[in-house]
Design a protein around this ligand. Structure first.
Ligand code: SF4
Ligand code: SF4
Ligand code: SF4
Length: 474
């Protein structure tokens, strides 16, 4: 029965293609192709190609159930917008199809063995940077209760595996907010290119580049936390530790398949050097640790002393609404000179697993209208509003994954687990020594000693990026 329904869904998709995207005559143009499918227009699976930097397809495991096709088309609005074939497949690398595939025929592109090779190379200094969500997702692979906050076990395990330094990407989440809040203030006061969209999810950024290139100016130019972490590891950190940046292998450990794509973006290298060399997922780290006989629960450790201090604002980056809450805390401070009241710290209206949330926030004499969404089907609603001039929001957070990065494809995910991870990161925010990135002493030292002004010339070099139209992919 399931197979029949999937076939029906794919047929409906074909009608959509023929009617709205590719024009009359498309169905008649379908023919046998070299991909092994009887008809490239009726694929029951996603034609992931070998050069996809993030997603791997194991054809022999595929039962052609169509679940991945449905997830990609319905949740992320990608499949069905182009004519798929063996040589043509459009992808934003979100990994939603991985989560849909019960046969494990789709996975992230595994690179954990490359990390082991680097660790075993004595000429390399191997540095790990750990994203917020990994600490609440890794326990699933070691029989620990879902949502357990395991940061010390995680750091200790990375050290046991042989990483030379272990840093916290939450540090750069704080930094992202410093730059993004200042950018919001500038746009809002100048009334230019509003609304401002967040830019820390590479799948979302690529979606805008492909489908809405006329709106690229609305994306914050702030790099994602991992992209900032990469540029600073190879500069600020290397200088402080007296390491030749060419000898560093920087490894991002993330819940995310799309980060494998993001680190290869041609806009990111600085002075010819790629900031992050390898991105592995939570699941891949678990594979690496198990391969090395390391039991997560038996290890403890703490982050290195540089590029690791983080506020509670950085911690909640992994949650839907977290980037928004973090940015508004600092925007409030920037505009009023005081930290925000408790209701703005929590901003309950943008929390929870609803796919599209909104709030109005009063800062001094100003009211900001904000929205938070995940999955491109919800983002598309807001993008269309911006296109037709009916958008009422000033600042919009978009993430590709349900619940934000805690629901990323690189760790085992259910709605119940997502809720527990969100709750764990929120608790860590409340318990943090400060909940404001502008109070993070390491961030202050970084601007004082290396970057100069927020949004200044040096900060723009290391912390910002550019985007370009990718509509040619369609
Ligand atoms: S969900 Fe998995 S098994 Fe089903 S069609 Fe897609 S790749 Fe094949
Ligand atoms: S990674 Fe995302 S965009 Fe790419 S095929 Fe899978 S669901 Fe579609
Ligand atoms: S929401 Fe987070 S985990 Fe998901 S694709 Fe975006 S950055 Fe990656």
């Amino acid at each position: 029965m399931k197979k029949v329904n999937r076939r029906k869904f794919i047929e409906d998709l074909l009608v959509y293609n023929a009617s709205f995207v590719l024009g009359a005559g498309f169905l008649g143009a379908c023919a046998k192709d070299s991909f092994g499918s009887p008809n490239s227009c009726e694929l029951d699976y996603l034609p992931i190609q070998n050069d996809n930097p993030a997603i791997a397809f194991l054809r022999k495991k595929c039962e052609e159930c169509g679940d991945c096709v449905e997830a990609c088309a319905q949740k992320q609005k990608v499949y069905g917008t182009y004519k798929a074939s063996s040589s043509k497949h459009v992808c934003i690398h979100c990994g939603t199809c991985i989560m849909a595939c019960e046969e494990h025929a789709l996975t992230e592109k595994y690179q954990w063995k490359d990390v082991l090779d680097a660790i075993n190379d004595p000429s390399k200094i191997v540095i790990a940077s750990i994203s917020p969500s990994v600490r609440v997702g890794i326990g699933d692979y070691f029989d620990v209760a879902a949502g357990s906050f395991l940061v010390e076990n995680l750091v200790g395990s990375c050290r046991a595996a042989g990483f030379d330094y272990v840093l916290d990407t939450n540090f750069s989440a704080d930094l992202t907010i410093m730059e993004e809040a200042a950018e919001l203030q500038k746009r809002f006061l100048g009334n230019t290119d509003m609304p401002q969209f967040t830019s820390c999810c590479p799948a979302w950024v690529k979606y805008v580049e492909i489908y809405y290139p006329s709106l690229l100016n609305y994306l914050s130019t702030a790099r994602s936390p991992i992209a900032m972490q990469g540029s600073l590891v190879k500069s600020y950190f290397a200088q402080n530790k007296n390491i030749a940046p060419q000898n560093i292998i920087h490894v991002a450990i993330t819940p995310c398949s799309a980060k494998k794509y993001e680190i290869t973006r041609e806009e990111l290298p600085i002075d010819g050097l790629q900031g992050t060399d390898i991105a592995i997922t939570t699941k891949e780290l678990a594979y690496l640790l198990k391969n090395q006989g390391i039991n997560l629960t038996e290890q403890t450790g703490s982050f290195d002393s540089l590029m690791s201090a983080a506020s509670g604002a950085g911690i909640i980056f992994g949650n839907t609404g977290g980037v928004m809450r973090a940015a508004l805390r600092t925007a409030y401070y920037n505009l009023t000179g005081a930290n925000p009241p408790g209701n703005l710290l929590e901003l309950q209206q943008v929390q929870g697993l609803s796919g599209l949330k909104e709030a109005s926030v009063t800062i001094g004499t100003t009211t900001l209208n904000v929205a938070v969404c995940y999955e491109m089907r919800n983002a598309k609603t807001l993008l269309e509003q911006v296109m037709n001039g009916s958008c009422k929001y000033d600042f919009i957070e978009v993430m590709a994954c349900k619940g934000g990065c805690v629901g990323g494809a690189g760790q085992h995910t259910t709605s119940s687990k997502i809720e527990k991870r969100i709750s764990a990161l929120n608790s860590a925010d409340v318990q943090a020594s400060t909940r404001y990135c502008h109070e993070n002493p390491e961030i202050k030292a970084l601007y004082r000693d290396f970057l100069g002004e927020v949004g200044g010339t040096t900060a723009r070099k290391y912390l910002h990026t550019t985007y370009s139209s990718k509509s040619y992919l369609l």
